[in-house]
Write a protein of this length. Structure first.
Length: 175
């Protein structure tokens, strides 16, 4: 189940250049879920190709995980104007597509607060949630969810970098 090419289920379609669908290995058991496409993603149609994507790639490589061996997607497939956070309504409209993308996964890494909110309704500060494993229901199946820091938070914050690094290390055996 994928969004229609001209999807208009929420207002994000208005500013969309290209819809950003998942990248990476479609048969991977591990999926990283970010917040929403930014400017570079909207222009290229690929998740995490801008500044935070570069940092994510670097951290994955440093921990011995190849970007191409995992799956990467976002809570919403279209860029919010001015890179604002996606609203609950926008995430709700896109959630059926997100859940379809996770159908064969064993582990989901929720990058940042929007992903945590969309996937598990979590609203606590990231400091309290990061790397506390839980399970979510994906189509009647229990799937491991690991809340963690968004790569954008890691650009300037050491604590966030260490948290995301710990997450990447912990999923390595599943990749
Ligand atoms: N930030 C995200 O959450 N997702 C992207 O694809 C790029 C930046």
């Amino acid at each position: 189940m994928r969004p229609e090419k001209d999807c208009q289920l929420c207002s994000l379609h208005v500013g969309r250049t290209i819809m950003v669908l998942p990248c990476g290995d479609p048969s991977s058991k591990v999926c990283f879920v970010g917040e929403a496409p930014g400017e570079k993603e909207d222009l290229s149609g690929t998740p995490f190709v801008g500044r935070s994507g570069k940092l994510l790639d670097k951290m994955l490589a440093e921990e011995g995980v190849e970007r191409s061996s995992i799956r990467i997607t976002n809570t919403v497939k279209c860029r919010p104007p001015g890179n604002r956070d996606p609203t609950q309504v926008e995430m709700d409209a896109c959630r059926p597509f997100l859940l379809a993308e996770l159908q064969d996964c064993e582990a989901v890494v929720a990058l940042g607060r929007s992903a945590c909110r969309s996937l598990a309704g979590l609203t606590a500060p990231m400091k309290e949630m990061a790397n506390k494993r839980m399970s979510i229901d994906v189509g009647g199946r229990e799937v491991l969810l690991i809340p963690t820091y968004h790569p954008a938070a890691c650009i300037y914050r050491k604590e966030a970098r260490e948290g995301l690094r710990e997450t990447i290390r912990s999923i390595r055996p599943l990749v």
